[in-house]
Design a protein around this ligand. Structure first.
Ligand SMILES: NC(=O)c1ccc[n+]([C@@H]2O[C@H](COP(=O)([O-])OP(=O)(O)OC[C@H]3O[C@@H](n4cnc5c(N)ncnc54)[C@H](O)[C@@H]3O)[C@@H](O)[C@H]2O)c1
Ligand SMILES: [Zn+2]
Ligand SMILES: [Zn+2]
Length: 383
């Protein structure tokens, strides 16, 4: 007996990863209507973040393929599921790779953005029923961070999207959905950088350079950028980097160089590479007594951190942060407003604009270190 298909199931094009590191393939997929408390979004723009690449390349975990990646996106609500009162068809939204239910212990606490209900999803499924909404030829397709924006349409929990001003350009502010907001939050909320301080940033991608932007706004006197890609020297200047260090240019450990030029170590150091050995270097580059290291990178290999205990005993602090500590639903609209008032810059991070069918080019550019953010434009136009 054949089952009658729900007429609200739609077919659309999505970029499918069939295996780790395999180029994405644009294929027709079926997408369920939004379940209770979910919304279906017409994706307008999605940018590629390093975390998509790290997970796509990873062979470390149980394979979650086929899978639709993408978690830094803007779009328009196409339909809403039962019980959704917060969104209406036509609302402009940003997707949230870590959600906010607004009722759990963490959401109520002023100290955390680690929602217990809609936090970072690692199993490739939807939070509510541990199932997928996408399928291809009857086979389920795994989600990524319960967002999966490398698709013309996607379904997310209503707690994993935030309504934003319809005057904000969706092709720019998609960057606030992850990288730019994560960096600004690390500088302002997590580290709370004070005026006149010395800051060192390891890794000058969009995350690291957003920290630089945040440090500049706070009046840091010295913002030292460390990167093995020499092209980041020029790029960094536009975001407030005052000193550039390429570790390959020195015969001594980079932490020694930083200690020398900062009279004993920086006030704040940030790890934005995704390499846990860099966390050790970041700690070593900080000052005794008050040095604060904030780590944001998602490691490709070896998740363990090793550091000499004396580094902590002498007064340093090591902190981690997801999405810059922002409560995503509550805090993102004000970052969008800051962008509209030209108080923060986003446009300069967009080094490439690509059409959806060229999505693999974005992967190549990022792996080759040739871009900050590639914004991928979905075929549909919006008004
Ligand atoms: N915690 C969060 O909420 C969050 C959010 C977004 C991204 N991330 C993670 O943050 C990291 C940065 O993201 P991105 O999108 O800016 O990535 P990116 O790839 O654009 O930037 C990384 C930079 O690090 C540099 N680099 C690589 N190896 C280095 C080394 N040994 N020493 C110094 N520099 C080195 C690269 O040249 C590049 O400029 C990634 O690990 C990403 O997964 C975390
Ligand atoms: Zn990201
Ligand atoms: Zn919550």
């Amino acid at each position: 007996m054949s089952s009658v298909k729900d007429p609200r199931v739609i077919t659309c094009k999505a970029a499918i990863a069939w295996g780790p590191g395999e180029p994405l393939v644009l294929e027709e997929v079926e997408l369920d209507p939004p379940h209770p408390m979910e919304i279906r979004i017409k994706v307008v723009c999605t940018s590629l973040c390093r975390s998509d690449i790290t997970q796509w390349e990873s062979k470390a975990h149980a394979p979650l393929f086929p899978r639709i990646f993408g978690h830094e996106a803007s779009g328009i609500v196409e339909s809403t599921g039962e019980g959704v009162t917060e969104f209406m068809e036509g609302d402009h939204v940003l997707t949230l790779f870590t959600g906010e239910c607004r009722t759990c212990k963490h959401c109520i606490s002023g100290k955390s953005n680690m929602c217990q209900v809609l936090g970072l999803e690692r199993k490739g499924l939807m939070h509510s029923d541990q199932k997928t909404r996408f399928s291809i030829r009857g086979k389920p397709i795994y989600h990524y961070c319960a967002v999966s924006s490398f698709s013309e349409y996607t379904v997310v929990h209503s707690g994993c999207a935030v309504k934003i001003s319809s005057t904000a350009p969706l092709e720019k502010i998609c960057l606030l959905s992850c990288g730019v907001a994560a960096g600004l939050g690390a500088a302002w909320k997590v580290a709370d950088i004070s005026e006149g301080s010395n800051v060192v940033i390891f890794g000058l991608g969009t995350v690291g350079l957003s920290i630089a932007q945040g440090a500049k706004v706070r009046g840091a006197s010295r913002i030292i950028g460390v990167d093995i890609n020499p092209e980041k020297q020029e790029k960094g200047k536009a975001f407030g980097i005052t000193d550039f260090i390429n570790p390959d240019d020195y015969n001594e450990p980079v932490s020694q160089v930083i200690k020398r030029i900062t009279d004993g170590g920086a006030d704040y150091s940030f790890e934005c590479v995704g390499d846990t050995s860099m966390i050790t270097t970041a700690l070593q580059s900080c000052s005794d007594g008050w040095g604060l290291t904030v780590t944001l990178g998602v490691p490709k290999v070896k998740p363990e951190v090793t550091a000499h205990y004396g580094l902590l005993l002498s007064g340093r602090t090591l902190k981690g942060s997801l999405f810059g500590g922002w409560k995503p639903k509550s805090d993102l609209p004000s970052l969008v407003d800051m962008y509209l008032k030209k108080e923060i810059q986003i446009d300069q991070f967009i080094t490439h604009n690509l059409q959806f069918e060229d999505i693999n080019k974005a992967f190549d550019l990022m792996r080759q270190g040739k871009c900050l953010r590639c914004v991928i434009h979905m075929p549909q136009q919006y008004s």
